[in-house]
Design a protein around this ligand. Structure first.
Ligand code: HC1
Length: 576
C-alpha cells in the first residue's frame, strides 16, 4: 500500500493506483473528460490536471501513479484557471449547436463548462468543417463535434478488437475516422454502437428512426405494433431518473400504449421461440453429426464481425433468426392471420438496446414474410426521446401488461438480455427435452456474470457431457475463436454477444457518462443484469418450452420446431 496526501487528507491506496483513482476513493472530485474508467487512460484532454509537490508543472492525474509520501493539490486558483483554459480551447473549436444537439443536457462537455463556470470563451478556434458520415444504417458520425478524446478509438480497438476508428491528420485538421477517410459503411464496422456509448459529446449517434415511427403512429390506416427487447426494460428508467438497475417493464408497456401503439408485444416471446428452434437445431446437429460447435446468431454485431473476420465459422452459426427477426416474420403472417389484419397495413416496430438491429432489419436474408419484417428499430434512447416528446409523465404511469398472445413470455426469454442468458435459457430447455425429466434447479450460474469468457460442462443423459462457452464483447469472441482454431478448446454450444455485458450493455442503451461510471459502485451492466435475473426469479414460467403462447403457435401454425414452415419463416443462412 502507498500513503499520500491529497488536499491535506491522508489516503492509503494500492501501489499502481493513479492519483485520479486515489482522489476518487477519498471522495475528492477531479473533473475529467477523455478519461473513462477501465477503457481510456491517456491524459489527452488535460482537464484532470493537479499539482504534485516536486513535479514540474501541472500533471494529468488520470495517468500519474501514486507514490509514497506524495503531496497532491487538486483545487488551487492556478489549477482551476488551467482547467478552464483547456475547456475553453476545446469549445473554441466546437460547434455551438447545443440547442439542437441530440446530447444536449446529456453532454459531458456542456456539463463540464457549467461546472467550471465558463461563461465566455477567450479564444477563437479554426472551426474546421468536416463532412458528416451518414452512410451506415446504424451509426452516424458528426466529426465537427468530436473533441478528440479517443474514447471511441479505445473501445473500438481494445474492447471490441474491431479497429475501424483511429486518429488521423494533425492540428485543427485532426480527425477520428476510419482509415483513408472511408465511411463507416465502407469498412468492417460491426455497428455495435459501443463508440456511441462512450462518446462524451454528440459526435456519434444512432440513425434516427423516430420520425418514421411518428408517421406510422399518425397514420389512421396503419396498425402499428411494437416489440420490446429483453434488455430495454432494465435501462429505460435511467432516462427518467431511476437508479441504474431498475426494472420498469410495466410502466414501459403503459408508455407505449399512450404513444399510440395498437399492440404492445414482447421480444421475449420470440426469444422463447428461438430457444425451441435453436435447441432443436443443437440436438439435430449432435445426433446427426452436423457442424459443431453451434454458435448463437442473435447478436447482429457478432454476425457481422464473424462475416468480416471469421468467415470459416459461418457454418457454425445457428440458422435460427434472432428473436427480433422471428417476431418480424410472424407479425405479418401468423399475427396478421390471427387478428385478421391486412399485412400491408401492419407497421412493425422494435425497441432494442442495440444499434446493429437497425442494420439487421434491413438485411436481405431476413425478409421472409413477403414484406419488410421489421419496419423500424428504435433504440432505448430513442424510445425515451419519444416518451419525453409526447409529454408523458413516465414516473406517474400505471403498471400495465403486454398484449396477447405475443406478450406471453417466460423468464428464459427475458434473460437473453444478459451475457450467458441465451445459453442458460437453452440449457433449461435442452435438458428437459433430452432427459424427459423436470429440471428442478433452473439457475445455471456458471454462465452468468461479467467475466469475458465463461465455460461450463453439464451432464445431460443420455447425451453425456455437454460443453458450453459464453463470450461477450468482440475481443473476447476473437480470443475464444482463436482457441477453437488452435484446437485448444472444444465445445458443443457457444453463445457470443457483440456487446460487453450482452444486450444490457448494448450500443442503444441510455448513456452512462464517465463521471457516473466512476461514482457507481459496480459496473452498470452488472446492475442492469441483476434486475433481469430478479425479474426472471419472479416469473411464473421460467422455461421457454413451457410458454403456452409458443405451444399454441406450433399447434396452430408452425407444426413443430424445424418444420418446413419454421424453416421458411424463422431460419436463414449467412454466407460470405
Ligand atoms: Fe438482445 Fe436478442 S437478447 S439480441 O441482446 O437475442 O438487441 O435485449 O432483443 O433479437 O430477445 C438485443 C436484447 C434482443 C434479439 C432477444
Amino acid at each position: 500500500m502507498v500513503t499520500l496526501t491529497i488536499d491535506g487528507q491522508v489516503v492509503r491506496v494500492p501501489a499502481g493506483t493513479t492519483v485520479l483513482e486515489a482522489a476518487q476513493q477519498a471522495g475528492i472530485d477531479i473533473p475529467t473528460l477523455c478519461y473513462l474508467k477501465e477503457i481510456n487512460k491517456i491524459g489527452a484532454c488535460r482537464v484532470c490536471l493537479v499539482e504534485i509537490k516536486g513535479a514540474r508543472g501541472l500533471q494529468a492525474s488520470c495517468v500519474y501513479p501514486v507514490a509514497e509520501g506524495m503531496e497532491v493539490k487538486t483545487n488551487t486558483p492556478s489549477i482551476r484557471e488551467a482547467r478552464k483554459a483547456v475547456v475553453e480551447l476545446i469549445l473554441s473549436n466546437h460547434p455551438m449547436e447545443c440547442l439542437t444537439c441530440n446530447r444536449s443536457t446529456n453532454c459531458e462537455l456542456q456539463a463540464l463548462a457549467k461546472k467550471l463556470g465558463i461563461k465566455d470563451i477567450r479564444f477563437t478556434g479554426a472551426n474546421t468543417a468536416f463532412e458528416p458520415d451518414l452512410s451506415s444504417p446504424s451509426i452516424e458520425r458528426i466529426p465537427d463535434k468530436c473533441i478528440l478524446c479517443r474514447r471511441c478509438v479505445a473501445v473500438c480497438n481494445q474492447v471490441q478488437g474491431v479497429g475501424v476508428l483511429g486518429l488521423t491528420e494533425r492540428g485543427f485538421e485532426s480527425l477520428v475516422a476510419p482509415p483513408f477517410h472511408r465511411t463507416l459503411n465502407e469498412v468492417n464496422c460491426t455497428f455495435c454502437g459501443q463508440c456511441i456509448n462512450v462518446c462524451p459529446v454528440g459526435a456519434l449517434r444512432e440513425k434516427d428512426h423516430t420520425q418514421r415511427v411518428w408517421e406510422a403512429l399518425n397514420d389512421p390506416d396503419k396498425h402499428v405494433i411494437v416489440q420490446t427487447a429483453p434488455a430495454v426494460r432494465v435501462a429505460l428508467g435511467e432516462e427518467f431518473g431511476y437508479p441504474v438497475g431498475t426494472s420498469v417493464t410495466k410502466k414501459m408497456v403503459a408508455a407505449l400504449r399512450r404513444l399510440g401503439f395498437d399492440k404492445v408485444f414482447d421480444t421475449d416471446f420470440t426469444a422463447d421461440l428461438t430457444i425451441l428452434e435453436e435447441g432443436s437445431e443443437l440436438l439435430e446437429r449432435v445426433k446427426e453429426g452436423g457442424k459443431l460447435p453451434l454458435i448463437t446468431s442473435c447478436s447482429p454485431g457478432w454476425v457481422k464481425y464473424c462475416e468480416h473476420h471469421y468467415p470459416e465459422f459461418l457454418a457454425n452459426l445457428s440458422t435460427a433468426k434472432s428473436p427480433q427477426q422471428m417476431f418480424g416474420a410472424l407479425a405479418k403472417t401468423y399475427y396478421a392471420e390471427k387478428a385478421d389484419i391486412d399485412p400491408t397495413k401492419i407497421f412493425s416496430v422494435s425497441v432494442m438496446p442495440c444499434t446493429a438491429k437497425k442494420f439487421e432489419c434491413g438485411r436481405p436474408e431476413l425478409q421472409d414474410s413477403g414484406f419488410p419484417d421489421v419496419d423500424a428499430v428504435l433504440t432505448t434512447r430513442e424510445l425515451a426521446d419519444m416518451i419525453k416528446e409526447a409529454g408523458i409523465d413516465f414516473r406517474s404511469l400505471p403498471e400495465e401488461e403486454y398484449d396477447l398472445p405475443m406478450g406471453i413470455t417466460t423468464g428464459a426469454g427475458l434473460i437473453f438480455g444478459a451475457t450467458g442468458g441465451v445459453m442458460e435459457a437453452a440449457l433449461r430447455t435442452v435438458y428437459e427435452l433430452v432427459t424427459g425429466k423436470t429440471l428442478e434447479k433452473v439457475d445455471f450460474v456458471a454462465v452468468r456474470g461479467i467475466e469475458g469468457i465463461k465455460e461450463a460442462s453439464i451432464e445431460i443423459p443420455p447425451l453425456g457431457t455437454v460443453k458450453v462457452a459464453v463470450a461477450h464483447g468482440l475481443n473476447n469472441a476473437r480470443k475464444l475463436l482463436e482457441k477453437l482454431k488452435d484446437g485448444e478448446a472444444d465445445y458443443h454450444f457457444i453463445e457470443i454477444m457483440a456487446c460487453p455485458g450482452g444486450c444490457v450493455g448494448g450500443g442503444g442503451q441510455p448513456i452512462v457518462s464517465g463521471p457516473e461510471r466512476m461514482k457507481l459502485g459496480e459496473d452498470y451492466r452488472v446492475l442492469r443484469a441483476r434486475a433481469i435475473y430478479q425479474e426472471d426469479r419472479e416469473m411464473p414460467l421460467r422455461k421457454s418450452h413451457d410458454n403456452p403462447a409458443v405451444k399454441a403457435l406450433y399447434e396452430e401454425y408452425l407444426g413443430k420446431p424445424l418444420s418446413h414452415k419454421s424453416h421458411h419463416l424463422l431460419h436463414t443462412h449467412y454466407t460470405k
